[in-house]
Design a protein. Structure first.
Length: 255
C-alpha cells in the first residue's frame, strides 16, 4: 500500500497535462450538446460511465462534516451551476478526469487508487477519460471498450504501464487489439465492442461532461458536478485528497 504520509517528506511539485497540449481544440459545449445521444437513442435510460466496485460500506447520513478548512478560489473552483453527473442522487460522485498518455496522470493513479479503497461510503468514484487529441480519443474508446467487456479492472493499470514504462503508445487499433489479446479478448470481440454504439455513446457523454466541467488539464477531480479540484491548487497529494473529502462531505450533508 502506498503511504501518502511518506510522500510528504519530499518536495512536492505537481505537473499537469494541459488541454492546450492537444493538437486540436476540443469541441464546445454547444457542439457536444448537439451530438449527445438523445433519450430516444438510449431507450430513455441514463448513460452510465464506468463506476468503481462497491467496496465500501453503505452510505451513513449521520457522518459529521466538521470544520471547513478549504475555500473557493484558493483550494478549488466552484462551477457556476451544478453540472450533470453519472451517479444516482443517493451518493456523492467523485470523478477523475485523466488521459493515459499524461505522465502526471500515470504518477497520480496509484494515489487515487489508494484513496478510492478507503473512500467514504457515500462516495461513488468514477473515471472520465479526456479525448483531447487523436491518440487520447483512441485510449478513451479503449477504456470504455474494457468497461463494456468487464475488463476494466484488469486493463487500467497495465494500459498506463504499457504506455509509460514499455514505450508502446497504443496509438493504432491494431496495437490495441494486441494489447487486449493479453486480457483474453479476441480480435472480433474487441472490434465489435470498440466500434459499438454503446462505446460511442459513453465517449460522447465523457466529452460532454468534461466540457461542462471546464476541465483544462489532467489529472483533475470534479466532486458532484460542482467542485473542480486540481493539483496546482492543492500543492500536495494529501491536501488534494483532504479537499476532495471535505467538499464531498459538505455535499452529502446537504442531501
Amino acid at each position: 500500500m502506498i503511504s501518502r504520509i511518506a510522500f510528504l517528506s519530499i518536495a512536492f511539485v505537481l505537473i499537469a497535462c494541459s488541454e492546450s497540449d492537444a493538437p486540436s481544440a476540443p469541441p464546445s459545449v454547444s457542439q457536444l450538446e448537439a451530438s449527445a445521444p438523445t433519450a430516444q437513442e438510449t431507450g430513455g435510460e441514463p448513460i452510465r460511465l464506468a463506476q468503481s466496485s462497491p467496496s465500501v460500506a453503505p452510505p451513513d447520513r449521520s457522518e459529521p462534516v466538521g470544520e471547513r478548512r478549504f475555500s473557493e478560489g484558493t483550494h478549488y473552483v466552484l462551477l457556476t451551476s451544478r453540472q450533470p453527473t453519472s451517479t444516482d442522487g443517493d451518493r456523492v460522485e467523485v470523478a477523475e478526469v485523466f488521459m493515459y498518455s499524461c505522465p502526471a496522470c500515470f504518477s497520480f493513479d496509484p494515489y487515487i487508487e489508494n484513496w478510492s479503497r478507503g473512500r467514504a461510503g457515500y462516495v461513488n468514484f468514477v473515471r472520465i477519460p479526456a479525448a483531447w487529441n487523436a491518440v487520447a480519443e483512441l485510449h478513451a474508446r479503449a477504456y470504455y471498450t474494457a468497461e463494456v467487456l468487464g475488463k476494466l479492472e484488469e486493463m487500467h493499470t497495465p494500459f498506463f504501464r504499457e504506455f509509460h514504462v514499455n514505450g508502446n503508445y497504443l496509438d493504432t487499433e491494431d496495437k490495441l487489439i494486441d494489447f487486449f489479446a493479453r486480457l483474453d479478448v479476441d480480435e472480433e470481440t474487441f472490434s465489435n465492442s470498440f466500434n459499438s454504439f454503446a462505446v460511442h455513446t459513453k465517449l460522447q457523454r465523457a466529452k460532454y461532461l468534461i466540457a461542462r466541467y471546464r476541465v483544462s488539464e489532467t489529472p483533475s477531480v470534479v466532486v458532484d458536478g460542482r467542485y473542480l479540484t486540481r493539483g496546482a491548487l492543492a500543492e500536495s497529494y494529501d491536501t488534494w485528497f483532504d479537499i476532495i473529502d471535505e467538499v464531498a462531505a459538505v455535499e452529502w450533508a446537504a442531501r
